[in-house]
Design a protein around this ligand. Structure first.
Ligand code: UDP
Ligand code: MG
Length: 320
């Protein structure tokens, strides 16, 4: 059996050696498995690539793929999935926040045969800035509500998967990638393993608050059409709100009030309110309807598979 490890690296010169040393000692403990270490250099500007080249010289399990520029962790992970050849594949951060020591237990859980993947989540967010934790928690809550995905708070990208699952991920060829959503979308049976948060071994986080905000927004629009439905919702509310001023204006008119007579200001005010609410209701609802079509187009453009087969007794089952 072969285990492929995908390690996205962006300016990780300080953490690579401690990480490799740890991984190497873990692999010595698991001699019955072959390892493939796929380091994806995501356009690092420091010595990451030369360190990887040195490692590869002395260890033929080390493979590196170096990008022409920084394409982001999602692109790095996808490159890893497309190139992994193992029976089991895992994504791991290079900073030891995904402890290599957990691999042994994860493999054991997969071998038990009941699960297709073993995913990890941190129980605590110790050591993380409070405001970042707050937004992360809020994001998982909102995402759980507005999409059909089963979002797990504190979920990491660190998970060990069987071949079928990796093939399914590769078949999701969308450009705007949000792996946590993709893992959830493709299904399969997942075991969740909890561990205490580990702080980065060296260097700094590569995710600024702005980058995280953009990433979570990408996640929302890739896996939920709620923001589009929001416009329709506002439009309908505006329509409903236009009914009372309409009725009140009619009442005033039937009472014989004219637009020029005494108290005409009230009548004018009701009429204006009705026109504004009705017109904006019409506009917002139309935008919402257009949005619904765009969401359908968006889904088609993503070209996701129609279904993913987990088990079959047929040999050449058609995959579409
Ligand atoms: N990373 C990457 N490209 C990027 C940003 C990050 O390949 O544009 C890698 C980084 O080298 C690390 C992993 O993704 O191995 C997770 O990044 P980081 O530890 O900075 O994120 P955090 O753990 O703080 O969320
Ligand atoms: Mg990290």
């Amino acid at each position: 059996m072969k285990i492929s490890l995908i390690i996205p690296c962006y300016n990780e010169e300080e953490s690579l050696l401690p990480f490799y040393t740890e991984l190497n000692s873990v692999s010595k403990d698991m001699e019955e498995y072959d390892f493939e270490m796929l380091f994806i250099d995501d356009g690092s500007k420091d010595k990451t690539l030369s360190i990887l080249k040195d490692l590869a010289k002395n260890d033929n399990r080390v493979k590196y793929i170096s990008f022409s520029k920084n394409f982001g962790k999602e692109a790095a992970m996808y490159a890893g999935f497309c190139n992994s050849t193992g029976d089991y594949t895992a994504v791991m951060d290079a900073d030891m926040q995904d402890p290599p020591a957990l691999l042994k237990e994860m493999v054991k859980l997969l071998e038990s045969g009941e699960y297709d993947s073993v995913a990890t989540r941190r129980q605590t967010r110790k050591g993380e800035p409070k405001i970042r934790s707050f937004f992360a928690r809020a994001f998982y809550k909102v995402m759980g509500k507005i999409s059909t995905l089963d979002m797990v708070d504190g979920a990491r990208d660190f998970r060990l998967m069987k071949r079928d699952m990796v093939d399914a991920i590769v078949s999701m060829c969308e450009n705007n990638r949000f792996s946590k959503g993709i893992f959830g979308w493709i299904g399969f049976k997942t075991y969740w393993l909890s561990y205490d948060n580990v702080e980065r071994v060296a260097g700094q986080t590569k995710w600024s608050f702005k980058k995280l905000l953009k990433y979570s927004w990408d996640g929302i629009i890739s896996f939920s059409s709620f923001p589009l439905k929001f416009a329709t919702g506002c439009g309908i509310l505006s329509f409903i709100a236009s009914v009372p001023p309409f009725i009140l204006a009619i009442i005033k008119l039937t009472q014989g009030q004219s637009f020029n007579g005494l108290y005409s200001d009230v009548l004018r005010w009701y009429t204006m309110l009705f026109v504004i609410l009705f017109a904006s209701g019409a506009i917002l609802t139309s935008i919402g309807i257009v949005g619904q079509y765009i969401s359908k187009i968006f889904n088609e453009v993503k070209g996701r598979p129609h279904y993913i087969v987990a088990q079959t007794n047929k040999e050449d089952v058609v995959k579409k």
